[in-house]
Design a protein around this ligand. Sequence first.
Ligand SMILES: Nc1ncnc2c1ncn2[C@@H]1O[C@H](COP(=O)(O)OP(=O)(O)OP(=O)(O)O)[C@@H](O)[C@H]1O
Length: 359
Amino acid sequence: MAAEPIIELKNICVTFKEDKRDVHAVDHVDLNVDRGDIYGVVGYSGAGKSTLIRVINLLQRPTNADASVKVNGTDLLGLDASKLRGERRKIGMIFQHFNLMQSLSIADNVDFALKKAHLSKADRKKRVAELLELVGLTDKADDYPAQLSGGQKQRVGIARALANRPDILISDEATSALDPKTTVAILDLLADLNRKLGLTVVLITHEMDAVKRICNRVAVMEAGRLVETGDLLQIFSQPEAPLTKDFIDTTTHLESALAAVNQQAAIKHLQVGSVLVQLGYQGESTDQPLITELYRRFEVSANILYGNLEILQGTPVGNLLVILSGTPKHTEQALVFMKEQRVSVKVLKSGTEEVSVHD
Ligand SMILES: Nc1ncnc2c1ncn2[C@@H]1O[C@H](COP(=O)(O)OP(=O)(O)OP(=O)(O)O)[C@@H](O)[C@H]1O
Protein backbone atom coordinates (compact mmCIF):
# COMPACT_ATOMS: atom_id res chain seq x y z
CA MET A 1 0.00 0.00 0.00
CA ALA A 2 1.35 3.42 -0.94
CA ALA A 3 2.42 5.57 1.99
CA GLU A 4 -0.01 8.36 2.75
CA PRO A 5 1.47 11.45 4.40
CA ILE A 6 -0.38 12.52 7.55
CA ILE A 7 2.05 15.09 9.00
CA GLU A 8 4.00 17.34 6.63
CA LEU A 9 6.17 19.96 8.25
CA LYS A 10 8.22 22.12 5.90
CA ASN A 11 10.95 24.58 6.72
CA ILE A 12 10.03 24.94 10.39
CA CYS A 13 11.95 27.47 12.46
CA VAL A 14 11.23 28.39 16.07
CA THR A 15 13.44 31.08 17.53
CA PHE A 16 13.01 32.18 21.14
CA LYS A 17 14.25 35.63 22.08
CA GLU A 18 16.24 35.43 25.28
CA ASP A 19 17.59 38.65 26.89
CA LYS A 20 20.42 39.32 24.52
CA ARG A 21 20.46 36.28 22.27
CA ASP A 22 18.26 34.24 20.00
CA VAL A 23 17.72 30.55 20.79
CA HIS A 24 17.15 28.60 17.58
CA ALA A 25 15.16 25.78 19.19
CA VAL A 26 14.06 24.47 15.79
CA ASP A 27 16.20 25.37 12.81
CA HIS A 28 14.84 24.77 9.30
CA VAL A 29 13.30 21.35 9.87
CA ASP A 30 11.29 19.24 7.40
CA LEU A 31 9.45 16.27 8.88
CA ASN A 32 7.14 13.86 7.07
CA VAL A 33 5.19 11.20 8.91
CA ASP A 34 3.03 8.66 7.08
CA ARG A 35 -0.33 7.36 8.30
CA GLY A 36 0.24 4.32 10.50
CA ASP A 37 3.86 5.16 11.31
CA ILE A 38 5.30 4.94 14.77
CA TYR A 39 7.80 7.70 14.23
CA GLY A 40 10.53 8.22 16.83
CA VAL A 41 12.20 11.60 17.31
CA VAL A 42 15.29 11.01 19.39
CA GLY A 43 17.75 13.52 20.80
CA TYR A 44 19.37 14.70 23.99
CA SER A 45 17.77 17.22 26.32
CA GLY A 46 17.56 20.66 24.74
CA ALA A 47 17.77 19.36 21.15
CA GLY A 48 14.41 20.96 20.34
CA LYS A 49 12.22 17.84 20.23
CA SER A 50 9.34 19.16 22.35
CA THR A 51 9.33 22.48 20.54
CA LEU A 52 9.25 20.77 17.15
CA ILE A 53 6.51 18.39 18.15
CA ARG A 54 4.35 21.18 19.58
CA VAL A 55 4.40 22.68 16.09
CA ILE A 56 2.37 19.71 14.80
CA ASN A 57 -0.76 20.96 16.61
CA LEU A 58 0.42 24.59 16.65
CA LEU A 59 0.70 24.75 20.44
CA GLN A 60 3.93 26.32 19.21
CA ARG A 61 3.78 28.38 16.02
CA PRO A 62 6.77 28.54 13.68
CA THR A 63 8.42 31.95 13.99
CA ASN A 64 9.35 32.19 10.29
CA ALA A 65 6.89 33.33 7.63
CA ASP A 66 7.64 30.64 5.06
CA ALA A 67 6.94 27.55 7.21
CA SER A 68 4.21 25.07 6.29
CA VAL A 69 2.31 22.79 8.71
CA LYS A 70 -0.03 20.27 7.09
CA VAL A 71 -1.87 17.61 9.07
CA ASN A 72 -4.28 15.25 7.33
CA GLY A 73 -3.86 17.42 4.24
CA THR A 74 -5.09 20.57 6.06
CA ASP A 75 -2.87 23.64 6.23
CA LEU A 76 -3.15 24.41 9.95
CA LEU A 77 -1.48 27.81 9.66
CA GLY A 78 -4.36 28.97 7.47
CA LEU A 79 -7.13 28.10 9.98
CA ASP A 80 -9.04 30.46 12.28
CA ALA A 81 -9.02 29.73 16.02
CA SER A 82 -12.24 27.72 16.06
CA LYS A 83 -11.30 25.48 13.12
CA LEU A 84 -7.84 24.98 14.62
CA ARG A 85 -9.43 23.81 17.89
CA GLY A 86 -11.39 21.23 15.87
CA GLU A 87 -8.24 19.97 14.11
CA ARG A 88 -6.35 19.83 17.40
CA ARG A 89 -8.89 17.39 18.79
CA LYS A 90 -7.69 14.94 16.14
CA ILE A 91 -4.22 15.03 17.66
CA GLY A 92 -3.91 13.47 21.12
CA MET A 93 -0.95 14.11 23.41
CA ILE A 94 0.58 12.32 26.37
CA PHE A 95 3.31 13.71 28.63
CA GLN A 96 6.01 12.63 31.04
CA HIS A 97 4.14 13.89 34.11
CA PHE A 98 0.70 12.61 33.06
CA ASN A 99 -1.08 15.94 33.84
CA LEU A 100 -4.09 14.31 35.54
CA MET A 101 -6.57 16.20 37.67
CA GLN A 102 -6.04 14.96 41.20
CA SER A 103 -9.53 15.84 42.46
CA LEU A 104 -11.31 13.89 39.74
CA SER A 105 -11.79 10.12 39.59
CA ILE A 106 -10.10 8.17 36.78
CA ALA A 107 -13.40 7.95 34.87
CA ASP A 108 -13.97 11.70 35.29
CA ASN A 109 -10.42 12.50 34.13
CA VAL A 110 -11.19 10.69 30.87
CA ASP A 111 -14.72 12.11 30.67
CA PHE A 112 -13.28 15.65 30.95
CA ALA A 113 -11.74 15.24 27.49
CA LEU A 114 -15.23 14.59 26.05
CA LYS A 115 -16.65 17.93 27.21
CA LYS A 116 -16.74 19.31 23.67
CA ALA A 117 -17.71 16.03 21.99
CA HIS A 118 -21.48 16.76 21.84
CA LEU A 119 -22.38 13.35 23.23
CA SER A 120 -25.32 12.50 25.48
CA LYS A 121 -24.52 11.68 29.11
CA ALA A 122 -25.16 7.98 28.44
CA ASP A 123 -22.91 7.97 25.35
CA ARG A 124 -20.16 9.72 27.25
CA LYS A 125 -20.35 7.10 29.98
CA LYS A 126 -20.19 4.35 27.38
CA ARG A 127 -17.19 5.96 25.66
CA VAL A 128 -15.32 6.38 28.96
CA ALA A 129 -15.91 2.68 29.73
CA GLU A 130 -14.64 1.73 26.26
CA LEU A 131 -11.52 3.85 26.69
CA LEU A 132 -10.73 2.44 30.12
CA GLU A 133 -11.11 -1.05 28.75
CA LEU A 134 -8.80 -0.22 25.85
CA VAL A 135 -6.00 0.69 28.27
CA GLY A 136 -6.78 -2.08 30.77
CA LEU A 137 -8.09 0.08 33.62
CA THR A 138 -11.76 -0.89 33.84
CA ASP A 139 -11.42 -1.78 37.52
CA LYS A 140 -9.87 1.60 38.38
CA ALA A 141 -12.71 3.81 37.09
CA ASP A 142 -13.69 5.08 40.55
CA ASP A 143 -10.17 5.43 41.94
CA TYR A 144 -8.27 8.74 42.08
CA PRO A 145 -4.90 9.47 40.44
CA ALA A 146 -3.05 9.35 43.78
CA GLN A 147 -4.09 5.70 44.16
CA LEU A 148 -2.48 4.63 40.88
CA SER A 149 1.06 3.60 39.93
CA GLY A 150 3.01 5.64 37.35
CA GLY A 151 2.22 3.14 34.60
CA GLN A 152 -1.49 3.20 35.45
CA LYS A 153 -1.47 7.02 35.46
CA GLN A 154 0.04 6.99 31.99
CA ARG A 155 -2.69 4.58 30.85
CA VAL A 156 -5.24 7.16 32.03
CA GLY A 157 -3.29 9.77 30.06
CA ILE A 158 -3.53 7.56 26.97
CA ALA A 159 -7.26 6.93 27.45
CA ARG A 160 -7.85 10.67 27.79
CA ALA A 161 -5.71 11.44 24.73
CA LEU A 162 -7.73 8.96 22.66
CA ALA A 163 -11.14 10.17 23.86
CA ASN A 164 -11.95 12.11 20.69
CA ARG A 165 -10.74 9.35 18.37
CA PRO A 166 -7.62 11.18 17.15
CA ASP A 167 -5.70 10.06 14.07
CA ILE A 168 -2.39 10.97 15.69
CA LEU A 169 -0.99 10.46 19.18
CA ILE A 170 2.03 12.50 20.22
CA SER A 171 4.00 11.03 23.08
CA ASP A 172 6.36 13.56 24.66
CA GLU A 173 8.79 11.58 26.86
CA ALA A 174 5.75 9.66 28.12
CA THR A 175 7.85 6.82 29.54
CA SER A 176 10.72 8.88 30.94
CA ALA A 177 9.39 8.83 34.51
CA LEU A 178 8.67 5.09 34.47
CA ASP A 179 10.77 2.08 35.47
CA PRO A 180 12.05 -0.16 32.64
CA LYS A 181 9.35 -2.84 32.99
CA THR A 182 6.51 -0.33 33.03
CA THR A 183 8.14 1.53 30.13
CA VAL A 184 8.03 -1.63 28.04
CA ALA A 185 4.35 -2.23 28.96
CA ILE A 186 3.38 1.32 27.94
CA LEU A 187 5.38 1.12 24.69
CA ASP A 188 3.72 -2.19 23.87
CA LEU A 189 0.33 -0.62 24.55
CA LEU A 190 1.15 2.19 22.09
CA ALA A 191 2.20 -0.38 19.47
CA ASP A 192 -1.02 -2.31 20.11
CA LEU A 193 -3.13 0.83 19.67
CA ASN A 194 -1.22 1.61 16.48
CA ARG A 195 -2.20 -1.79 15.09
CA LYS A 196 -5.76 -1.94 16.42
CA LEU A 197 -6.84 1.62 15.71
CA GLY A 198 -4.50 2.52 12.85
CA LEU A 199 -3.24 5.28 15.12
CA THR A 200 -0.18 7.21 13.92
CA VAL A 201 2.22 7.71 16.83
CA VAL A 202 4.98 10.32 17.12
CA LEU A 203 7.26 9.34 19.96
CA ILE A 204 9.69 11.85 21.40
CA THR A 205 12.34 10.31 23.57
CA HIS A 206 15.97 10.37 24.60
CA GLU A 207 15.93 6.56 24.90
CA MET A 208 16.98 4.61 21.82
CA ASP A 209 15.67 1.44 23.47
CA ALA A 210 12.15 2.87 23.23
CA VAL A 211 12.62 3.70 19.55
CA LYS A 212 14.05 0.27 18.88
CA ARG A 213 11.13 -1.48 20.51
CA ILE A 214 8.24 0.04 18.59
CA CYS A 215 9.21 2.62 15.94
CA ASN A 216 9.36 1.94 12.22
CA ARG A 217 10.94 5.31 11.39
CA VAL A 218 13.37 7.55 13.22
CA ALA A 219 14.62 11.13 13.17
CA VAL A 220 17.69 12.07 15.18
CA MET A 221 17.68 15.67 16.40
CA GLU A 222 20.56 17.85 17.57
CA ALA A 223 20.70 21.61 18.18
CA GLY A 224 17.39 22.28 16.46
CA ARG A 225 18.14 20.23 13.34
CA LEU A 226 17.35 16.74 12.14
CA VAL A 227 20.78 15.23 11.59
CA GLU A 228 19.49 11.91 10.23
CA THR A 229 16.13 10.39 9.30
CA GLY A 230 15.23 6.96 7.96
CA ASP A 231 13.70 3.55 8.50
CA LEU A 232 14.56 1.89 11.78
CA LEU A 233 16.48 -0.95 10.13
CA GLN A 234 18.46 1.36 7.90
CA ILE A 235 19.34 3.69 10.77
CA PHE A 236 20.40 0.78 12.96
CA SER A 237 22.42 -1.06 10.38
CA GLN A 238 23.99 1.93 8.63
CA PRO A 239 23.98 4.97 10.93
CA GLU A 240 25.77 7.94 9.41
CA ALA A 241 25.73 10.90 11.80
CA PRO A 242 28.05 10.59 14.82
CA LEU A 243 25.10 11.36 17.13
CA THR A 244 23.08 8.50 15.61
CA LYS A 245 26.02 6.18 16.23
CA ASP A 246 26.15 7.36 19.85
CA PHE A 247 22.47 6.65 20.34
CA ILE A 248 22.72 3.23 18.75
CA ASP A 249 25.66 2.38 20.94
CA THR A 250 23.48 3.04 24.00
CA THR A 251 21.53 -0.06 22.98
CA THR A 252 24.14 -2.30 21.33
CA HIS A 253 27.00 -1.42 23.74
CA LEU A 254 29.42 -1.95 20.87
CA GLU A 255 31.68 0.96 21.80
CA SER A 256 32.10 -0.18 25.39
CA ALA A 257 32.71 -3.75 24.19
CA LEU A 258 35.35 -2.42 21.83
CA ALA A 259 37.07 -0.50 24.61
CA ALA A 260 37.28 -3.71 26.65
CA VAL A 261 38.41 -5.77 23.65
CA ASN A 262 41.19 -3.26 22.88
CA GLN A 263 42.71 -4.02 26.27
CA GLN A 264 43.20 -7.69 25.44
CA ALA A 265 46.75 -8.84 24.73
CA ALA A 266 45.65 -10.61 21.54
CA ILE A 267 44.49 -7.26 20.16
CA LYS A 268 47.43 -5.21 21.38
CA HIS A 269 49.79 -7.59 19.58
CA LEU A 270 47.80 -8.52 16.52
CA GLN A 271 49.85 -10.65 14.12
CA VAL A 272 50.34 -10.14 10.39
CA GLY A 273 47.39 -11.70 8.57
CA SER A 274 45.08 -11.03 11.52
CA VAL A 275 42.55 -8.25 11.56
CA LEU A 276 40.07 -7.01 14.14
CA VAL A 277 36.84 -6.32 12.29
CA GLN A 278 33.38 -5.11 13.12
CA LEU A 279 30.77 -7.00 11.12
CA GLY A 280 27.24 -5.78 10.72
CA TYR A 281 24.53 -7.80 9.05
CA GLN A 282 20.79 -8.08 8.83
CA GLY A 283 18.28 -10.65 7.75
CA GLU A 284 19.43 -13.88 6.22
CA SER A 285 23.18 -13.63 6.78
CA THR A 286 23.62 -15.10 10.22
CA ASP A 287 27.00 -15.36 11.85
CA GLN A 288 27.65 -19.10 12.05
CA PRO A 289 27.33 -20.21 8.38
CA LEU A 290 29.36 -17.18 7.34
CA ILE A 291 32.17 -17.96 9.71
CA THR A 292 32.21 -21.64 8.73
CA GLU A 293 32.37 -20.52 5.13
CA LEU A 294 35.42 -18.31 5.79
CA TYR A 295 37.35 -21.30 7.00
CA ARG A 296 36.11 -23.63 4.28
CA ARG A 297 36.94 -21.24 1.44
CA PHE A 298 40.01 -19.37 2.69
CA GLU A 299 41.26 -21.20 5.79
CA VAL A 300 40.64 -18.02 7.68
CA SER A 301 39.59 -18.61 11.27
CA ALA A 302 37.30 -16.27 13.15
CA ASN A 303 37.40 -15.63 16.86
CA ILE A 304 34.21 -13.89 17.99
CA LEU A 305 35.00 -11.47 20.82
CA TYR A 306 31.62 -9.80 21.15
CA GLY A 307 28.24 -10.27 19.56
CA ASN A 308 24.95 -8.45 19.69
CA LEU A 309 21.88 -9.70 17.92
CA GLU A 310 18.57 -7.88 17.94
CA ILE A 311 15.27 -8.47 16.23
CA LEU A 312 14.10 -5.16 14.75
CA GLN A 313 10.73 -5.14 13.05
CA GLY A 314 10.97 -8.91 12.81
CA THR A 315 14.41 -8.82 11.13
CA PRO A 316 17.58 -10.03 12.87
CA VAL A 317 20.25 -7.31 13.00
CA GLY A 318 23.65 -8.42 14.22
CA ASN A 319 26.92 -6.80 15.17
CA LEU A 320 30.07 -8.78 15.86
CA LEU A 321 33.62 -7.93 16.88
CA VAL A 322 35.81 -10.64 15.40
CA ILE A 323 39.51 -11.41 14.90
CA LEU A 324 40.10 -12.99 11.50
CA SER A 325 43.36 -14.88 11.11
CA GLY A 326 44.98 -16.45 8.06
CA THR A 327 47.66 -15.62 5.57
CA PRO A 328 47.51 -11.89 4.66
CA LYS A 329 46.28 -12.80 1.16
CA HIS A 330 43.57 -15.12 2.43
CA THR A 331 42.40 -12.69 5.06
CA GLU A 332 42.08 -10.04 2.37
CA GLN A 333 40.04 -12.45 0.23
CA ALA A 334 37.83 -13.27 3.21
CA LEU A 335 37.08 -9.55 3.72
CA VAL A 336 36.11 -9.15 0.06
CA PHE A 337 33.93 -12.27 0.26
CA MET A 338 32.04 -10.95 3.28
CA LYS A 339 31.37 -7.63 1.58
CA GLU A 340 29.92 -9.59 -1.34
CA GLN A 341 27.57 -11.30 1.14
CA ARG A 342 26.22 -7.84 2.03
CA VAL A 343 27.85 -7.88 5.42
CA SER A 344 29.12 -4.46 6.43
CA VAL A 345 32.80 -4.84 7.26
CA LYS A 346 34.84 -2.29 9.16
CA VAL A 347 38.50 -3.11 9.76
CA LEU A 348 39.34 -1.71 13.19
CA LYS A 349 42.93 -2.91 13.42
CA SER A 350 45.37 -4.85 11.25
CA GLY A 351 48.17 -7.07 12.54
CA THR A 352 51.68 -5.71 12.40
CA GLU A 353 53.69 -8.34 14.26
CA GLU A 354 55.24 -11.29 12.46
CA VAL A 355 54.01 -14.65 13.67
CA SER A 356 56.64 -16.23 15.84
CA VAL A 357 57.45 -19.86 15.00
CA HIS A 358 57.15 -20.63 18.71
CA ASP A 359 53.59 -19.24 18.96
N1 LIG B 1 9.48 29.06 25.88
C1 LIG B 1 10.81 29.09 25.70
N2 LIG B 1 11.51 30.23 25.82
C2 LIG B 1 12.85 30.27 25.61
N3 LIG B 1 13.57 29.19 25.27
C3 LIG B 1 12.95 28.02 25.16
C4 LIG B 1 11.53 27.90 25.36
N4 LIG B 1 11.19 26.60 25.17
C5 LIG B 1 12.32 25.94 24.86
N5 LIG B 1 13.38 26.79 24.84
C6 LIG B 1 14.77 26.43 24.51
O1 LIG B 1 14.75 25.79 23.25
C7 LIG B 1 15.68 24.71 23.22
C8 LIG B 1 14.95 23.43 22.87
O2 LIG B 1 14.09 23.06 23.94
P1 LIG B 1 13.12 21.79 23.90
O3 LIG B 1 12.39 21.71 25.20
O4 LIG B 1 12.33 21.83 22.65
O5 LIG B 1 14.17 20.59 23.80
P2 LIG B 1 13.95 19.04 24.04
O6 LIG B 1 14.79 18.35 23.06
O7 LIG B 1 12.50 18.74 24.05
O8 LIG B 1 14.57 18.83 25.47
P3 LIG B 1 13.86 18.30 26.82
O9 LIG B 1 13.69 16.84 26.59
O10 LIG B 1 14.86 18.65 27.87
O11 LIG B 1 12.57 19.06 26.92
C9 LIG B 1 16.36 24.70 24.58
O12 LIG B 1 17.55 25.42 24.47
C10 LIG B 1 15.37 25.41 25.46
O13 LIG B 1 16.03 26.04 26.53
